[in-house]
Ligand binder design. Structure first.
Ligand code: HEC
Length: 144
């Protein structure tokens, strides 16, 4: 059983490697300033995910919900609104790509509501949706 799981994992890694080698992802062309703003936001996303997982593991649901809403949820939308147009990632994304981003904000807010209410089972069940949209976008789109 364990060997089977290992083989499955190896196949998954190999096929992921192949997908990257061929890089079948669609290219979204963003102005350099928008690309910079996106990368900065992404590093923040990575920090936020790590913080949320750490808080969940420590049983600090309310705090995990707060971080999720503030950093990744719908409250975090429109962060680049005051920047010049060429420094705003959203308006330059193809609608399908932008849609994944918006889905991610919604998923984070849904998780945040469950976590803030102290419903551990529901928060845990919704947790994978937080990383699911990161993966969905990264595996479909590239900017370079
Ligand atoms: C709507 C699409 C989209 C979503 C959703 C998304 N990303 Fe990204 N991410 C990108 C793109 C495009 C880049 C590459 C930007 C570039 O370098 O031009 C990127 C780059 C990154 C990077 C590399 C930053 C660097 O150092 O250059 C990290 C880390 C990252 N994303 C984390 C995340 C995490 C964590 C999530 C989920 C919470 C997430 N991303 C959700 C599109 C997305």
């Amino acid at each position: 059983m364990k060997a089977f799981a290992l083989i499955l994992a190896a196949v998954a890694v190999l096929s992921a490697g192949q997908a990257l080698a061929a890089d079948n992802r669609q290219l979204a062309t963003l102005p350099p300033a928008a690309q910079d703003a996106l990368r900065e936001e992404m590093l923040g996303n990575l920090l936020a995910i790590n913080e949320i997982l750490t808080l969940m593991a420590a049983g600090k649901l309310k705090e995990a919900g707060e971080v999720a809403e503030k950093s990744l949820g719908q409250s975090a939308m429109g962060k680049h609104r005051d920047k010049p147009l060429d420094a705003r990632p959203g308006p330059h994304m193809p609608p399908a790509m932008h849609g994944i981003g918006i889905d991610g904000h919604r998923a984070a807010s849904e998780f945040a509501r469950a976590a803030s209410s102290g419903d551990r089972e529901r928060a845990l069940a919704l947790l994978p949706n937080l990383t699911g949209t990161c993966v969905a976008c990264h595996y479909s789109w590239r900017t370079r």
